[in-house]
Design a protein around this ligand. Sequence first.
Ligand code: G3H
Ligand code: 13P
Ligand code: ZN
Length: 311
Amino acid sequence: MPLVTTTDMFKKAYDGGYAVGAFNINNMEFIQAITEACDELKSPVILQCSQGAIKYAQFPYLVNMVKAATEATSIPIALHLDHGASFEICKECIDNGFTSVMIDASSKPYEENIELSKKVADYAHSKGAVVEAELGTLSGVEDDVNVADDAAQYTNPDQVEDFMKRTGVDSLAIAIGTSHGAFKFKPGQDPKLRLDILEEVVRRLPGFPIVLHGSSAVPQKFVGIINENGGAMKDAIGIPDEQLRAAAKSAVCKINIDSDLRLGMTAGIRQHFAEHPEHFDPRQYLGDGRAYVKEIVHDKVINVLGSDGKA
Ligand code: G3H
Ligand code: 13P
Ligand code: ZN
């Protein structure tokens, strides 16, 4: 089937008490691993690209590989821009066939966030695409967004109704204690999400789809494989599965996962070279990385998102 927007996916997820996985893609192996796992489990899926991923892989490759995945599978697939920093990049993605974009103006003053999010929503809606915006800021590092721990702030539930009314965006990312990357908490810290803030947001925006960024669990199996095979990922800690499950059962309809897939790919490649130092055929080591990415997506769909059988 052709690429879809997230509108129908989110409505069903909200009503059904589950979430759809939004997995970051950078190359063919990620696209295949994610969509094969979701196809096997009959789960809808969102493939998302950061601006860094677009710079790395380029529009024609990314868009056409994702279109190939829609032909190779029978599940609903949305193509989404992750953390768009400007109106121009959001427009470029929509013009290149993306069905959904995120405008991330969360680090700007409130009124500027509203103005830019509305501008993107107006353009996206005129082209049949949908928009995610963000209120509150997550800490962590991505290629194009870098927020220090002390600059991060929880979403203020008092702002959400006004923000939604004035922007007209289709979903809202909120900050409740998740963060980007593989080092989300310090050892000994209590990895607790502020589900009370989520509840308060839901009370003010009943029926509205909420998004959680920074939701990798950092599975210790893969951290272990990396470290046993020459890696250095001491004290990598993520969000406990049960807290994400609770969010997915509530109004959270989209859960973003990137770091876990990076761990899987890196674990497969490191393990491959430790076992076969003589190999130099990329299909062999990339194939092992891809297999681990697929295993992780399988686990997310069944044990965290609850989206299996919902395609
Ligand atoms: O939250 C963002 C993703 O993890 C993407 O990271 O900008 O390094 O591609 P990236
Ligand atoms: P993680 O770094 O926790 O995987 O978060 C990814 C993300 O939020 C992408 O937007
Ligand atoms: Zn994010």
